[in-house]
Design a protein around this ligand. Structure first.
Ligand SMILES: Nc1nc2c(ncn2[C@@H]2O[C@H](COP(=O)(O)OP(=O)(O)OP(=O)(O)O)[C@@H](O)[C@H]2O)c(=O)[nH]1
Ligand SMILES: [Mg+2]
Length: 477
């Protein structure tokens, strides 16, 4: 009994000492939390794996755009687990093994959260003012990974059940969602919110609603809510997901709905929705995003453009809504401890190895126009977001094809593929150009063969060093 008490108090004081150490590092500007934000399949896990890899392998990687490497001040990089006993380590080894496998493969889609802590040992710039300062220091970088599906839930924190149902109703009425499950959407709209809920019918509708979300995702739509309906977490309580939106609520005013009986459809669904937000979405936000210093928003612009105007609009709205969940702005470091704000935002188009280099500038410009609503919001708060285009793993080579620039690589079966693609627009294209872009069949590429862990090979990338510099360069001095 006494031993258990002593162990508990020792663990508590160790935790306290560790938390104080973390806060001191943050105060000294030696610890950064990087928020890698991106919708499902935008390339987060691959990007994090490549970033960790490029830093661990910095002597062999090509990182001329990252100033500490260029100036020779990056001395060493180590990866540690995050000081969070509930968060499994980021599966870097698995990802690297897959990328360097025979044949090479992509990391698995993420099914749960993970994280890592990178320690960058940096040499100090010569000529500093403090003669007693050590000639090197450590910059600690926290990175977390999670399934992209969960990100779409963040806007629910600010949205009540009635408003969410109305938003869903609005979305369901438009193409292409309207045609995906017309019977289900009609059944949801016709539910009388004041009638006594039938839990067996609710379970049936919830299953059909989940199938509808899966179909919308398969079409390439971004706004898939609630995200955990498609991908529940390891410990999620299934009962928290037993609700559906009630798009028919538009016909009833809020006061009447609030007076609905405990056993009504409205009250049952509202209470479960509120528990879903309180018990799953809020802790996710708190653990993953509430302390972000710098945000990298990864956007698969190429796939969205290939999906057509409806996919682009849906993605634009999703990105804007997600951005609303964060707090941006510059402030004193001390304030950063109590009320953290993001002081740098970088939007990065991913997988640009699918586009010829002559068009990379257009990809950046297109991304800027796509995120302009979100971007304006962030600028309003006094910070200057930037746009980049990157590829975490470069899978293609640029070649000449009858006078045109073309790309060649291997598809996921290992067969050689090559293509000349329609020019990438720098803003929303006209209808003829849209059609050409939508007809463009982009073959999913396989990572390059021949990478070997034994030879400490570095993963080829496009402008990952520039992204690193924009996010961290100023903290490395
Ligand atoms: N050509 C190319 N494809 C890439 C690159 N990065 C990712 N991909 C492709 O995009 C897919 C998704 O990448 P992930 O890193 O798993 O994406 P994610 O955002 O972690 O996805 P979730 O975990 O499902 O949210 C991969 O399986 C690859 O097919 C890249 O740099 N180049
Ligand atoms: Mg992932």
């Amino acid at each position: 009994m006494a031993n258990a008490f002593l162990n508990r108090s020792r663990a508590a004081s160790e935790r306290l000492a560790r938390d104080i150490g973390i806060q001191i590092d943050r105060l000294r500007d030696r610890r950064l939390c990087l928020g890698v934000t991106g919708l499902s399949r935008s390339g987060k896990t691959t990007f994090i794996a490549s970033l960790v890899h490029q830093l661990l392998q910095h002597k062999k990687s090509s990182l001329p755009g990252f100033s500490p490497v260029m100036s020779g001040r990056l001395l060493d990089v180590r990866m540690h687990p995050l000081e969070d006993p509930h968060l499994p380590p980021f599966p870097y080894r698995d990802a690297w093994q897959q990328l360097s496998g025979q044949p090479p493969a992509w990391p698995e889609p993420t099914r749960d959260s993970s994280g890592c802590l990178l320690e960058l040992r940096l040499g100090r710039k010569p000529g500093g003012l403090n003669p007693f300062a050590r000639d090197h220091f450590s910059l600690w970088l926290e990175i977390r990974d999670y399934p992209g599906e969960w990100l779409l839930d963040l806007p629910l924190r600010e949205t009540g059940f009635r408003d969410w149902s109305l938003e869903c109703g609005h979305r369901f009425a438009q193409s292409p969602r309207a045609a995906l499950a017309p019977d289900l959407l009609q059944a949801l709209a016709q539910i009388d919110p004041f009638a006594e809920a039938d839990t067996a019918r609710l379970a049936q509708l919830q299953r059909a609603f989940r199938d509808f979300l899966a179909a919308a995702k398969a079409q390439g739509l971004s706004q898939i809510q609630p995200g955990r309906f498609l991908l529940p977490g390891r410990d999620d309580d299934a009962e928290l997901m037993q609700f559906v939106p009630l798009p028919g609520l538009a016909d009833h005013d809020a006061a009447a709905l609030d007076a609905a009986s405990e056993r009504s459809w409205y009250t049952l669904c509202r209470k479960r929705y509120e528990r879903y937000v309180r018990e799953l979405v809020e802790p996710f936000y708190r653990h993953f995003f509430s302390r972000i210093d710098r945000q990298l928003v990864l956007v698969d612009v190429v796939s969205a453009l290939n999906g057509g105007p409806a996919m682009i609009d849906d993605m634009r709205e999703a990105l804007t809504r997600i951005t609303d969940s964060f707090h941006y702005g510059r402030q004193h470091r001390l304030m950063q401890l109590f009320r953290p704000r993001i002081d740098r935002v970088l939007y990065a188009a991913t997988k640009i190895d699918q586009v010829i280099s002559d068009d990379h500038e257009a990809v950046r410009a297109f991304l800027a126009s796509l995120v302009s609503d979100a971007y304006r919001h962030a600028e309003y708060e006094g910070i200057q977001p930037a746009c980049e285009a990157t590829s975490a793993v470069r899978c293609s080579r640029e070649v000449e094809d009858h006078g045109d620039r073309a790309l060649s690589g291997f598809d996921t079966e290992g067969r050689p593929v090559g293509y000349v693609h329609p020019r990438f627009p720098s803003r929303l294209p006209d209808s003829e150009h849209w059609q050409r872009l939508m007809d463009w069949e982009i073959p999913p590429l396989r990572p390059p063969a021949g990478l070997s862990a034994r030879n400490d090979d570095a993963i080829p990338h496009i402008r990952l060093d520039t992204v690193l510099n924009l996010l961290l360069g100023d903290k490395c001095v």
